[in-house]
Design a protein around this ligand. Structure first.
Ligand code: IPD
Length: 304
């Protein structure tokens, strides 16, 4: 299949998703159906690539990894969308790494992380997701996260709920942070100041105390775990819009809330997020975070 991809002969399979039922025509439902089909196909490629040697290179830091599969899967998704929806725009992790602008306009835009959890993928650590968010007028209309090794297809359509393999999702009802599991990650920056702040936040959260701190190694899956009620919240500073666009809708459609780490409104380009089951838990986490602001995803490139 990787061969088909590289030769550009790959075609998407027939659509296999269950549509959200509604009597009203839904403008974006057929687009979402395509996203689910292509995410499933991308997941097959990722699973197949786990049996092969993975050639690893680095991007922004020595621990920001990328493989040929990340790039091939992103191209697979983009090419198949371009054939069906030629006017749509893209923000893709690997396209941005290759120098494309990361700008969210009012136009229909696919926000793609071909492999969320690339480090996991490189090490065969078994949580890896294909993440596709779709935004119109700067609002996420649907989100698709395919956890490929678990074969779990998480989906959300704005105003129509969140699902995992067709079953509705609901966040946890827990209001006590001391009875919660909090997910977070260390990210791929090793800037000493950032690392210090990440550890201060972690120590504060752990010492509340909480029942536990977890991290799946992928922002998208962490957010799906919040949506599923398995964790009360996920927070991170340093993520990118492609890591969280899809997951953000899945959390809010499962009844959860999104917040900036300083308590303000979420801004998907800001590289900071709290996704929680409710406002009480989110605001409690805000109090414990030593915040900082990495360069925004949509910041103009630095002049040489
Ligand atoms: C990364 C994962 C990781 C998170 C990083 C992300 P990638 O995405 O989501 O869990 O800590 O901040 O960049 O690079 O594997 O797509």
């Amino acid at each position: 299949m990787l061969k088909q991809l590289l030769e550009g002969t790959f075609r998407c399979p027939p659509q296999t998703t269950r549509s959200c039922s509604s009597n009203m025509a839904d403008t974006w439902q057929s687009v979402m159906d395509h996203a689910v089909a292509v995410a499933r196909k991308a997941g097959e490629v990722v699973r197949g690539a786990l049996t092969e040697d993975r050639k690893v290179t680095t991007k922004s830091s020595a621990v920001d990894l990328v493989t040929q599969t990340d790039q091939a899967v992103e191209q697979l998704i983009i090419q198949s969308v371009k054939e069906k929806f030629p006017t749509h725009r893209f923000i893709g992790e690997e396209s941005v790494a290759a120098g494309e602008a990361c700008v969210l306009t009012e136009e229909p835009t696919w926000i793609i992380d071909p492999i969320d959890g690339t480090t996991n993928f490189v090490h065969s650590f078994p949580f890896v997701a294909v993440s596709i968010g779709f935004s119109v007028s700067k609002q996420v209309e649907f989100g698709v996260v395919y956890s490929c090794l678990e074969d779990k297809m998480y989906t959300a359509r704005r105003g129509k709920g969140a699902f995992c393999n067709g079953e509705p999702l609901q966040v946890s009802e827990q209001k006590e942070i001391q009875h919660s599991i909090i997910a977070t990650e260390f990210g791929s920056s090793r800037d000493p100041e950032a690392v210090d702040k990440i550890f201060i936040s972690l120590r504060n959260v752990l010492s509340l105390p909480v029942h536990g701190v977890r991290g799946a190694g992928t922002a998208a899956i962490n957010m799906c775990l919040v949506a599923s009620g398995c964790a009360e919240a996920y927070y991170e500073i340093g993520i990118h819009v492609w890591d969280v666009a899809a997951g953000s809708l899945i959390v809010s459609e499962a009844g959860g809330v999104l917040m900036d780490v300083e308590g303000g409104e979420i801004d998907l380009m800001s590289r900071r997020i709290i996704a929680a089951n409710n406002k009480t838990i989110a605001q409690r986490i805000v109090q414990e975070i030593a915040s900082f602001s990495p360069p925004r995803d949509d910041a103009p490139p630095l002049k040489q």
